[in-house]
Design a protein around this ligand. Structure first.
Ligand SMILES: [Zn+2]
Length: 127
């Protein structure tokens, strides 16, 4: 449990790393997310992980940023170098636009959760 004292950078980094390793930011038990699931409440400490109303909305830009950097940009470069035909590049981008978000979204929720508690670590004391 966090105390009400000032929370240092290393503690904040620990919270972020717990989230990036798919564990609860408060009790470090996990995993709390996977390819097909994201727990709304930690089964160990009861921390509400998804507060709804767009709480984890930051996962969407993370998802599309990763898609753009790891999929769209390399395909664009291959197409610009004439190593891929336009229909092939377009098809791969279209398929990737559907598959990448499905694969990444739950993990990107963990990134969003880590980001939130990195900046507001005292919120971990809330139920
Ligand atoms: Zn927990």
């Amino acid at each position: 449990m966090m105390t009400q004292e000032a929370i240092g950078f290393s503690q904040r980094l620990g919270i972020l790393l717990r989230c990036l390793s798919r564990n609860c930011p408060r009790c470090a038990q996990g995993p709390i997310s996977g390819l097909g699931y994201f727990k709304e409440v930690c089964s160990n400490c009861g921390l509400v992980l998804d507060r709804k109303n767009g709480f984890l909305l930051a996962a969407l830009p993370y998802t599309y940023f990763i898609f753009a950097v790891l999929w769209l940009l390399p395909l664009l470069i291959l197409w610009a170098q004439s190593l891929l035909s336009y229909p092939m590049a377009f098809g791969l981008v279209a398929v990737g636009a559907l598959v990448w978000p499905l694969l990444l979204y739950n993990y990107c929720k963990m990134i969003a959760l880590g980001q939130y508690y990195f900046f507001l670590p005292k919120e971990l004391n809330r139920i």
